[in-house]
Design a protein around this ligand. Sequence first.
Ligand SMILES: [Fe+2]
Ligand SMILES: [Fe+2]
Length: 676
Amino acid sequence: GKPVLRDLSPERNQVLQFKDHQGDTSFPALHTLEKDETRGRVLHFFANHELLATELMALVLLKFPEAPKAFRRGILKTLKDEQEHTRMYVRRLADMGMVFGQFPVNGYFWKMIAPMSTPMDYVSRLSLTFEQANLDFSAYFAQRFGLIGDRASQALMEKIYRDELTHVGYGLKWFRRWKDPKLTDWQAYEKQLEFPMSPQRAKAAPFNLKARQQVGLDADFIQRLYVYSKSKGRTPRIHVFNPYAEQFMMAGPGFTPNRQQKSIQEDLETLPLFLCRSDDVVLVRRPQRIAYLAKLKDSGFALPQTECVSEKGLEEASELRRRKVGALCPWAWSPCGYQVMKPLMAQLTQACPPVGEAWYESIRPLFAKDWAADQLRAFLRSRSDGQWLIAEDAIGQSCDSEVGVLSQIECLRQKGYPRVVVKSLYGSAGGNMLRCWESKISERQMGWIANALRREGALLVEPWLDRMMDFSVHWQVEPGAIRWIGWSHLKVDDRGHYRGSLWMPSFMRAMPKELAKFAHEGEPERLRRLFYDLKEFLFPHLKQAGYLGPVGVDAAIFRGGDGRPRLKPVIEINPRYTMGRLSIEVGRHHAPGSAGYLQILNQRDLERHGHDSFDAWSRSIEKALPVVTDERGRLVSGAVFLNDPTTASGCLALWQASRDIKAFWEVGHPLEATLA
Ligand SMILES: [Fe+2]
Ligand SMILES: [Fe+2]
């Protein structure tokens, strides 16, 4: 006959009408699967899917009378399977005292598949997408029902699983016959699906590898599907790694990273993968190796989508340019981050800091150390519990001339601080500082001071503190609110250079005795309370500057002149993502009780350990520290590389997970040993 081109919808009785916008048609929460009611809802949900599959197959027969006879015969046979599946569910529901139709049902599959324009479209959408996902669902629920002891439901799911293997295989056979032979299966499949359909819908967790091999999907297809990520509907946040905010703030918007800086930026461009959710997007310069992404997934990380940008920015053809965007999250709101994000600003559903041209001048001061010192001074003056905190005269003073710097150094020495440090306002990670430990200032040191003053206009002069513990606290500034994110320990060497970030499942409990006592002395949780106060204190200032995004505050507990510990609540304020914040975000993927340590290894580390490539070194590290995950796929212990060792040229971000929290405190010793 002639194809039926009208918009059809299935004839359903009153109780089975689609109720997408009335009543709750969503999937039930599974923690109460022991309850008949929950199991009933799960079975009810799947029963509707079987009925939808039946209806959609009938639609295929009506829409494509010219399709090959063998294809149509196959459809009819599958349709009968789906009818049988529907009946099985209805019977099982009845056995449990329920009726098909007693809960509202959705028409989602119909909406997604009915507009199909060719049989190829149909096999891509139903067989290779929704039926493929059912390989995961049915195997998983067969197992879960079995564990609860519901044998009847288990047997039902097993039967459906076996049939689904045939259905997906059938779809794959026709898909291969119809696809462009120049394309791989994966390429043809991805091309065929149009948003909001995407390969994301062809899988569920846990990913059933065996079933896909059995069906005959090829290894490339399976691995690409495994690591594939695209938001199913939530508007994505867009991340990008742009690390040189301080340099931009120091040198102005015209700053260009040198070759070495560029290579570090490229090496570490994957870091935002660990900051976001699986429905977010990370902009990268190089496409990531599928095998690397698969390894991350095996280590317990849900991967977001990655999208390539060129030197010029986001491609005109990028589908991102036509999607709504939830938020823009560059590593820092520097001119570089602004440049990359600018083309997406029109699609934003949320506010972002750079509005108009004024944003740079209003945000820039937040990056400077003299601003942080002023905030600390004002914060301390607002409190009456100064005894356990840094003395006011030990807070950094900003000096804008050589004479000013020298007299401030002298002044601190008179007050009993023999060691003094002069800091660049925009230096980061302990770089760009001058340690004045000898009584005389050398010619070389004078040169450094003169140079820095010319460049930045001022320098910060403060006593060198005998630090006992370095750490950072992290917040997120949102429109109208500031949210607490967490704590992270900073490991610095005795010259004040950054060594690594340590994340503990419980910050307070991990502290050595003397420091833990200090944190609670006089008043329980006084350390935590102080940082809550500081957060509220800084919020109006951040808001006034129009800043939205991550903030990390570096702080330290140091030994005062009297030998007792004291707190310096603010060393630096970083209005951007930091390695400390990254460590907290990576920590979210951990199994309970396991801690993590982040290090950025460079060429010198590589040579010191006697390897000639990061790739070779990574293999020996992996051997010494194999990844172990728990039954829910969360990281327990082992080494994870936050960038791909195969392509790393200048540095490698190494994350070590372990339950041996004590070993992490002795940083530098056991860690170095495992790296050797
Ligand atoms: Fe079915
Ligand atoms: Fe099926």
